[in-house]
Design a protein around this ligand. Structure first.
Ligand SMILES: Nc1nc2c(ncn2[C@@H]2O[C@H](COP(=O)(O)OP(=O)(O)O)[C@@H](O)[C@H]2O)c(=O)[nH]1
Ligand SMILES: [Mg+2]
Length: 209
C-alpha cells in the first residue's frame, strides 16, 4: 500500500454550472453525500488542513461545486517517492429537506451534469454516516454512478460515534447492503485515513499498490 504526504492543498475555483468551472487539468476525485454527513470534515481530514473546506453545523450551506488542488508526495513500500497532483471536487450536499423546492431541484442536475460530463473524473467518494448507513438518496446516487460507469468509493464516516467493537461489523453490514467496498472513517481521529488515501491514489491512477 502506498502512502502519501500532503505538500499543499489550496482552493482553486467554484461554480454552479459545469461551464463556470475551469477545465480539468489533473485527475479528479469528487466527494458527494447528504448535507451534514461530514463531507467537508472528511476533505479537511484527508488533506490535514483544518479549514480548507468550511464545515458547519448548518446543513446545506454549500451550494456550488468547489475545486481544490492537492499537491502530494507518494511513497511506495520500497521507499520510492514521487510528486503528484489530484484535484478534489466538493459537490453540493443533497437531501436537505428544508430548502425550497426550486433550490432542491436545481441541485440534482448540477451534480448529475458534473458526474456525467467531466472528463478526468476518476472516482466519486460517496459519504454516509456509519451509524445510519445508506439512505434512499445515497442508493439512488450509487445506482446512478454504476449506471454511468463511474467508480464509487463508499466511505462510512463518524466511526468515532460508535463503540470501537461495533465499527467493523457495521462497515460489513453497509458493504453487504451497498455491494461495494466500504471504508470506515473518522474525521475526528483520522481512523481509516491511510487506507482511504491509498484507495484514492489507486483510483486516480497515481499508484498501483
Ligand atoms: N464526531 C465526529 N463528528 C464529525 C465527523 N465528521 C464531521 N463531523 C461533524 O458533523 C458536522 C457536519 O460536518 P461537515 O463536515 O460540515 O458536513 P457536510 O455538510 O457534509 O460538509 C460538524 O459538526 C462536524 O464537526 C466525524 O468523523 N466525527
Ligand atoms: Mg460541507
Amino acid at each position: 500500500m502506498d502512502s502519501a504526504l500532503i505538500k499543499d492543498a489550496q482552493y482553486l475555483a467554484s461554480g454552479t454550472t459545469l461551464a463556470q468551472l475551469p477545465g480539468p487539468a489533473f485527475a479528479e476525485i469528487a466527494f458527494a453525500g447528504r448535507s451534514n454527513v461530514g463531507k467537508s470534515s472528511l476533505i479537511n481530514s484527508l488533506t490535514q488542513r483544518k479549514k480548507l473546506v468550511r464545515t458547519s453545523g448548518t446543513p446545506g450551506c454549500t451550494r456550488g461545486i468547489n475545486l481544490f488542488r492537492i499537491d502530494l508526495k507518494t511513497v511506495s513500500k520500497d521507499g520510492e517517492s514521487a510528486d503528484a497532483v489530484i484535484d478534489f471536487v466538493d459537490l453540493p450536499g443533497y437531501g436537505y429537506a428544508k430548502r425550497s423546492k426550486t433550490e432542491r431541484r436545481s441541485w440534482g442536475p448540477m451534480i448529475e451534469s458534473f458526474l456525467t460530463g467531466r472528463p478526468g473524473l476518476r472516482a466519486v467518494i460517496v459519504i454516509v454516516d456509519l451509524r445510519r448507513g445508506l439512505e434512499e438518496d445515497d442508493r439512488q446516487l450509487i445506482d446512478f454512478l454504476k449506471h454511468i460507469d463511474r467508480r464509487v468509493i463508499l466511505v462510512a464516516t463518524k466511526s468515532d460515534k460508535l463503540p470501537r467493537n461495533q465499527r467493523k461489523l457495521r462497515v460489513k453490514e453497509i458493504q453487504k447492503d451497498a455491494k461495494v467496498r466500504v471504508y470506515g472513517y473518522s474525521s475526528s481521529t483520522s481512523e481509516g485515513r491511510d487506507e482511504l488515501l491509498a484507495a484514492l491514489l489507486r483510483a486516480a491512477h497515481i499508484s498501483a499498490a
